[in-house]
Design a protein around this ligand. Structure first.
Ligand code: GAP
Length: 516
């Protein structure tokens, strides 16, 4: 298991959000109408970044050769399923009735909170006031402590008499003493109640219970319900996997931390079907492989950890299984702690069996292993990652303050993830330089996402590329026409070197291939 390394200089979340807005990585959805809580749009650079992440995932799990723990190439095929499925799917999967979060409302502020995310601080004495705040929100915590001190006329809480407790562990009388995070008087928080995360809609012209359907809360169930179709129509044999990238929707009680907890997001999921007895071996292999993969695309610092779940954290279907672990990233808003990027779970045969039972075919749907002449429900190892959380981790990791640069910051994306791979600039907009630069740009553009710009000073153009995270800038200068060379500026070191103008394409191919 990897050991976390002490955080180096980390950006604040405000600085990351501000760069995302300023440079067109991420905007609020429907911003001109004031936005909508929990929904985010990607601008040109953000779209390219997220697309590179998804493409790398697809290419590395579905298309490229991976050698599994049995020494054979890992076989994974793709599907692309609908967002709205037959509602019976969600009864079989346990989501209808079971996919809930506890929430509390504040009668005073009208705000709504996840009950299991609320923490209170205060004395244990029966008449003392307790002040609530959302965990991992440092500002809210500081505000709660300040209000407590003001109310009790003290300078700071005394660790011997002031305790912090989870809201969900409080008795009814203690809850009545709580002042909500955005309230001024105690007793405004309601009792916690279960809130379904499923977005409901209606299919067809008539709105009735019979026409109601759900937006999928995970892409996984489209894979499970197509398991038999894929087995019947492809040349797959256990062990094999089915992969899918797609939107998922959850009506989160408290969407927060930018795109980290959104109501509409994208998942990259693999359901890997195996013989039950090989679950521990495949589980360990997938856990390590997925951790290695996130490192390979630029999260190689000490900000990434692999965390095995404790037994009491395990989902019902994973309790007796090979295990569950999370790959977690140290986001600025979780630091010094970590937030989940991907979960790797042994789901046993829970889902296939549940669908076989609910569709009425039961045991008939057991997989037939021709080589062993045996029927069984395969077990599943599920590596389930978030594309938006992944993109956010890439943004936070890349953000590198540098007071020596005109931009004050540069985005140190792994070249494979960089939205723009290279820029081609004429030093000045005259003396044949723009024409030569445009020629190079056009030849590079046949293969790569590159940019050409002849306006503004070269310093300003470099600064823009630093903020976009472009690893290389090729500049055509006064010597280029006579010498047939251009300069290359390296984003991370600011080193410059001269290379032959007719070698720019192969030079860039080599650089990108060597980091892929
Ligand atoms: N099929 C299993 C499953 O859906 P999950 O842990 O609920 O498992 C998998 O979700 C991944 O989806 C998470 O690791 C996270 O990256 C992403 N995810 C889940 N809820 C999210 C949300 N509200 N906003 C953004 N990403 C989310």
């Amino acid at each position: 298991m990897s050991e976390p390394v002490a955080p180096s200089t980390r950006p604040t979340m405000e600085s990351v959000v501000s760069l995302c807005r300023r440079r067109g990585f991420i905007f609020q959805s429907s911003e001109i109408y004031g936005g909508i809580n929990g929904f985010w749009d990607y601008g040109p650079l953000g779209t390219a970044l997220k697309r590179n992440l998804k493409q790398a995932w697809w290419s590395d799990v579905v298309e490229r050769e991976l050698i599994g723990p049995d020494g054979n190439a890992v076989d994974i095929v793709g599907v692309d399923c609908t967002i709205i499925m037959n509602p019976k799917t969600w009864i079989a999967s346990g989501h209808v009735g079971g996919f809930n979060d506890p929430m509390v409302d504040c009668r005073e502020s009208k705000a709504r909170y996840r009950a299991d995310h609320l923490v209170v601080i205060g004395r244990t004495a029966p008449d003392a006031r307790l002040f609530a705040f959302l965990e991992s929100d440092d500002d809210a915590k500081a505000k709660a402590i300040k209000t407590l001190c003001k109310y009790e006329r003290i300078d700071s809480p005394d660790p011997a008499s002031h305790t912090m407790r989870l809201f969900t562990t409080l008795s009814e009388t203690d809850r009545a003493r709580c002042v909500g995070p955005d309230a001024s008087a105690p007793g405004s928080l309601t009792e916690p109640r279960q809130f379904s995360l499923m977005f409901k809609t209606n299919v067809g012209a008539i709105e009735s219970d019979d026409s109601s359907a759900y937006l999928r809360p995970e892409t996984a169930q489209g894979i499970f319900t197509n398991f038999w179709n894929v087995v019947d129509t492809s040349r797959v044999k256990v062990p094999f996997g089915i992969a899918q990238i797609g939107k998922a929707f959850r009506n989160e009680v408290t969407p927060r931390n930018f795109t980290f907890r959104s109501r509409e997001f994208e998942q990259m999921e693999i359901e890997f079907f195996i013989r039950p007895e090989s679950a521990p071996e495949w589980y360990r292999w997938w856990r390590d492989e997925r951790f290695r993969w996130w490192q390979s695309i630029g999260l190689g610092s000490g900000n990434l950890i692999l965390r095995e779940h404790d037994r009491d954290e395990l989902a019902h279907y994973a309790k007796e299984g090979a295990g569950t672990s999370d790959i977690e990233y140290r986001f600025p808003f979780t630091a010094p702690g970590f937030g989940e990027l991907e979960g790797i779970a042994h789901r046993a045969d829970f889902d296939l069996k549940a669908h076989a039972t609910h569709c009425g075919k039961g045991e008939k749907l057991r997989y037939f292993d021709q080589e062993r002449n045996e029927r069984y429900f395969p077990h599943v190892i599920e590596p389930s990652a978030g594309a938006d959380r992944g993109t956010l981790a890439l943004l936070c990791e890349a953000y590198t303050p540098d007071p020596a640069r005109a931009s004050g910051v540069y985005m140190k994306f792994h070249p494979r993830m960089a939205p723009i791979k290279a820029a081609v600039y004429p030093l000045v907009n005259k003396e044949g330089m723009p024409e030569m630069a445009e020629g190079i740009y056009r030849s590079l553009r046949k293969k790569h996402a590159v940019e050409f710009d002849e306006k503004q000073s070269i310093g300003k153009r470099y600064a823009r590329m630093d903020e976009a995270g472009t690893p290389f800038c090729f500049t055509v200068d006064g010597d280029s026409l006579s010498s047939g060379t251009v300069t290359v500026r390296h984003r991370d070191t600011l080193a410059q070197e001269r290379i032959a103008a007719d070698q720019v394409g192969s030079w860039l191919d080599d650089k990108l291939d060597s980091t892929a």
